[in-house]
Design a binder for this molecule. Structure first.
Ligand code: NAP
Length: 488
């Protein structure tokens, strides 16, 4: 007796149509996935503008969060954060809620989409750190006229994103990874990514690893983009260069992305809700369809993914049905006609354009301990007190020297917007009322304790308005702070 065939259980995916052009693009992807017969079923949930309007301040309702927690995979359209309905973007909320620390943004040259780069074979992936950096969104007004945004970069976050980039290269058969940072200026934050990259790259001897300064990376991307295969970078840098890379291959209509975490993955186009095209049936759905292809590979549906990717290539190569962003909106095919063309081409293969062989990405598993990096030895060598004052550098310097006279520390220098202004160096700094006042222990082996800090702070506060403190640490003999411009 033969065992009756039981079809494999379909993989459940949370489907979020999103705002503006989102529903049109997401429905196109849904139709194509159903037509290819992929092993997927949907659980539809809401997020974005309509949810903000219901008064849910995060833009993401609890049943959407619960659905993603259960399915672990989401395909979403773009979400708007309407003015006056909440401060935080619902997109960023979703990325952070599920610790999707890696934003993978591939672009490749496409047939029938003419750009100044056509024929050069662009095929690269930006791997953007997705939850840290300036996007931690920790901002403060320090004085009425000076704002601060904290750029937080952790060794753990860098280790995860760098390993993800190398593992992605292995899974996609790529041989070169660039790390793009601004470590020449931000030696501690951006420098952490560079140092982590240099350390981790030794574990991947088969992959060429190269560091590049982010501004030169932007320059090289415009000049010779075909030299890049994978670029790993911090959140802000990645945000900017991935829009640039999408323009190299025809624009946001062709730029997919995956937000990858160790538990959850969320797939979406790079583009937003493009409100001027909403409900007009003219938008190019390719970026969302390509994001769905990435999702199918994540789910292990490699055959269905390759079939859809080939069908996109064939449709573009045939060039009979092209959307308005490629040929002009007066001449472009409708979103639904383009979707039908892709469906009709399922099963066909492009002769000239190849589809890569993919393997599952081995997601990095690293020590979950919050104190991922431990110091054996640590001390505090001084303190920066940030003061709001309209005094001149000379007046402020003299006053602080006097106040510190009977404490364990002495005033080393004052800087304004990063440049040392006291003792004077002759710099022509255009000073504002925000001063970083650096007090250090004269004893080079000393350790400044909290009691001494409170004592100093009390004396400073008796005459000045302070708003911020930073301890000056040393971990295992390494200085844990930078000098001001002009400080010796
Ligand atoms: P956008 O929606 O990405 O649109 C900017 C421009 O990009 C469009 O005007 C259009 O250019 C082009 N474009 C976008 N999608 C396209 C597609 N599928 N095919 C062809 N061209 C496309 O950016 P935005 O106008 O700055 O943002 C609108 C809203 O989306 C905002 O509320 C923003 O916060 C949100 N947003 C959401 C996400 C997300 O959910 N992940 C991402 C970005 C923005 P042309 O005008 O040249 O035709």
């Amino acid at each position: 007796m033969t065992t009756p065939f039981t079809p494999p259980e379909k993989k459940l995916v949370t489907l979020i149509p999103g705002d503006g052009v989102g529903p049109e693009c997401v429905r196109a992807a849904q139709r194509i996935i159903e037509a290819v017969g992929a092993n997927v079923r949907w659980e539809e949930r809401q997020a974005g503008a309509s949810v903000f309007r219901q008064g849910i301040a995060s833009g993401v309702p609890q049943d959407t969060i619960e659905s993603i927690r259960r399915t672990r995979v989401a395909l979403k359209g773009p979400l708007e954060t309407p003015v006056g309905f909440g401060e935080k973007s619902a997109n960023v909320t979703l990325r952070k809620l599920f610790e999707t620390y890696g934003n993978i943004r591939p672009v490749r040259e496409l047939p029938g989409v003419a750009t100044p780069y056509s024929g050069r074979g662009i095929d690269l992936v930006v791997v953007r750190e997705n939850v840290e950096d300036l996007y931690a969104g920790i901002e403060h007004m320090q004085t009425p006229g000076v704002a601060q945004c904290l750029k937080l970069i952790s060794s753990k976050g860098c280790e995860k994103i760098v390993r993800l980039a190398f593992e992605l290269a292995l899974a996609e058969g790529r041989t070169r990874v660039h790390c793009a940072t601004k470590s020449n200026i931000m030696k501690l934050t951006e420098g952490t990514l560079k140092r982590t990259f240099e350390k981790v790259s030794r574990e991947y001897p088969g992959i060429e690893a190269q560091h590049i300064i982010i501004d030169n990376c932007a320059h090289q991307l415009v000049k010779k983009p075909e030299q890049f295969e994978v670029i790993v970078t911090t959140n802000m840098n990645g945000d900017i260069i991935s829009d640039l890379t999408s323009a190299l291959v025809g624009g946001l209509g062709f730029a997919p992305s995956a937000n990858i975490g160790n538990e959850v993955a969320i797939f979406e186009a790079v583009h937003g809700s493009a409100p001027k095209y909403a409900d007009k049936n003219v938008i190019n759905p390719t970026a969302v369809v390509q994001s769905a292809v990435m999702m199918l590979r994540h789910l292990g549906e490699f055959e269905a993914a390759a079939k859809i990717e080939h069908a996109i290539l064939v449709t573009l190569e045939d060039g009979k049905v092209r959307t308005g962003d490629v040929v002009g909106y007066d001449k472009g095919a409708s979103t639904s006609a383009f979707t039908e063309a892709i469906i009709a081409n399922l099963g066909r293969r492009s002769g000239r354009y190849q589809v890569r062989a993919y393997k599952p990405i081995a997601l990095p598993k690293i020590d979950p301990a919050p104190d991922f990096v431990k110091a054996k030895d640590r001390r505090v060598v001084g303190i920066d007190i940030f003061i709001e004052s309209s005094l001149s550098p000379e007046e402020l310097g003299k006053s602080l020297e006097h106040l510190a006279a009977e404490t364990a520390t002495k005033l080393k220098m004052i800087s304004n917007r990063g440049t040392k202004v006291y003792p004077t160096t002759g710099a022509m700094t255009d000073c504002v009322d925000h001063w970083r006042c650096r007090f250090i222990l004269p004893d080079p082996k000393g350790d400044l304790d909290d009691l001494a800090i409170f004592g100093l702070l009390q004396r400073v506060a008796s005459q000045h308005r302070w708003m911020h403190l930073e301890k000056l640490p040393e971990f295992d003999g390494e200085t844990g702070f930078t000098r001001a411009q002009g400080e010796d």
